[in-house]
Structures are given as structure tokens and as C-alpha cells.
Design a protein around this ligand. Structure first.
Ligand SMILES: Nc1ncnc2c1ncn2[C@@H]1O[C@H](COP(=O)(O)OP(=O)(O)O)[C@@H](O)[C@H]1O
Ligand SMILES: [Mg+2]
Length: 219
């Protein structure tokens, strides 16, 4: 198995003095479906942001696909984030003034995907959203908006998906569907690291990393 994420002695202190991560050591292998679990405030989002290059650690190192991302400049980091990693958040962050289809094609064009429209339509069909392509995000249910966000993540053909409370704003039935979809994508080879405090989702994970007060108490 190939190690795709490795972090050691990770520490995060926010400017206001809050110590969010203390001494985190993590190794993620290609193909894993990892749950980062723990109560609210335990450091799940902070850890995910650092692993994905969205934030910098205050100490320690993070290697993703062999690249020491904590050392990269903002420009290089932005470039690095574009293709191989994708993010899914609790609040979707869709472009509100654009249609569902455009939310996907704009990202596809930005990263240089060939035939962005065909690819987007194919993905939207897979996500059961074909009847929604010309709608705008506000016209969709929470579950549908999250599926659009998943489509936007998938269109860059990522090897690694980082998801932060992806089912935090959908009902439990839709949440299960989203996780089944993740599982299907994981079976196709995409590695997942998912932060959630939802205990019902535990059975989906191949491994659980449990955080408490910024420390790993189980992995
Ligand atoms: N931008 C920030 N500035 C200061 N403190 C923060 C910031 N983001 C998170 N925190 C604090 O860091 C700790 C961990 O937060 P977070 O990583 O969001 O945990 P979780 O995702 O598990 O709820 C909490 O005490 C939180 O209040
Ligand atoms: Mg969080």
C-alpha cells in the first residue's frame, strides 16, 4: 500500500492562543476510508484543514503525495490543491448565482478538464441530479446541494477527498445515502478522510481516528 498522507508532531495554536492540536501523528494509506471522530471542539476541522493545505500548522510537518505541503508558498499550495485533493464541507459553499451545471463546469474549466460539460452532465446523472441541472442552489434541498458539492469535488478526478461534517445539514436518510456514495467512490480507489461527530456513520469507516482536546486518543 502507498502512503499518501503523513503528518508528524503536528501542532496548531490559533492567533488568539487556542491550542487546537497538540501532537498529532498520522499516516494514511491509499484506499483508506478514515473517520476523524470526536466531540465538537476536539480539533477535527483544524486537522482536516491542515492535511488539505487549507491552513498551516504551528509546528510539525505534513506530507501529502510525498510533498511537504507545510513548506509550500501560497501560490504553490493553491496549485497543489487544485487537482489531486478535493473538499466537501458541511455548508456546501456552492456559487449561488450559478446553476448546478455551471457550478461543476466552472471548476472543470478552471483546472483544465477536457469536455467539461459532458463530464459534468455525466456526474450529475450519477448523482441523481439530472432533473436539477438548470436550477440554482437555493432551489435545492440540503441533500441535493450536498450532492452538487460532491459533483464539484469529483469533477477534478481527485485521489483524495477530505470531507468535514458532510452530512451535518442533511437528514439521517440522506446522510446514509451520501455515505453509501462515498463508499462506492472509495471502492473505485478514492481515499477519504471524513470528519464527523455522527456515531451512526461509524460502520462505514475502515479506520477511525479519535480526537479529544486536540490529541489522538485512538487510531
Ligand atoms: N479560527 C480559529 N481561531 C481560534 N480558535 C479556533 C479557530 N478555529 C477553531 N478554533 C478552536 O480550536 C479548537 C478546535 O476546533 P475545531 O478544529 O473546529 O474542532 P471540531 O471540528 O472538532 O469541532 C476549538 O477550541 C475551537 O474553538
Ligand atoms: Mg468541525
Amino acid at each position: 500500500m502507498k502512503e499518501i498522507v503523513k503528518a508528524g508532531n503536528l501542532k496548531k495554536v490559533y492567533p488568539n492562543g487556542t491550542v487546537a492540536l497538540k501532537n498529532i501523528n498520522i499516516s494514511v494509506q491509499n484506499g483508506e476510508f478514515i473517520g476523524i471522530m470526536g466531540p465538537s471542539g476536539s480539533g477535527k476541522s483544524t486537522l482536516l484543514h491542515i492535511l488539505g493545505g487549507l491552513d498551516k500548522p504551528s509546528g510539525g510537518y505534513v506530507k501529502v503525495f510525498g510533498e511537504e505541503i507545510h513548506k509550500l508558498s501560497e501560490d504553490k499550495l493553491a496549485d497543489f490543491r487544485k487537482r489531486r485533493i478535493a473538499y466537501i464541507f458541511q455548508f456546501y459553499y456552492l456559487l449561488e448565482d450559478f446553476t448546478v451545471l455551471e457550478n461543476l463546469t466552472l471548476v472543470a474549466e478552471m483546472v483544465g478538464i477536457k469536455e467539461p460539460k459532458e463530464k459534468a452532465l455525466e456526474l450529475l446523472e450519477f448523482l441523481r441530479l439530472s432533473h436539477r441541472i438548470n436550477h440554482k442552489p437555493y432551489q435545492l434541498s440540503g441533500g441535493e446541494q450536498q450532492r452538487v458539492a460532491i459533483g464539484r469535488a469529483l469533477i477534478v478526478e481527485p485521489e483524495l477527498i477530505l470531507a468535514d461534517e458532510p452530512t451535518g445539514n442533511v437528514d439521517s436518510e440522506e446522510g446514509e445515502k451520501i455515505f453509501k456514495l462515498f463508499k462506492e467512490l472509495n471502492d473505485k480507489g478514492i481515499t477519504f478522510i471524513v470528519a464527523t461527530h455522527n456515531e451512526n456513520l461509524k460502520p462505514f469507516f475502515t479506520r477511525i481516528i479519535k480526537l479529544k482536546d486536540g490529541e489522538i486518543i485512538q487510531s
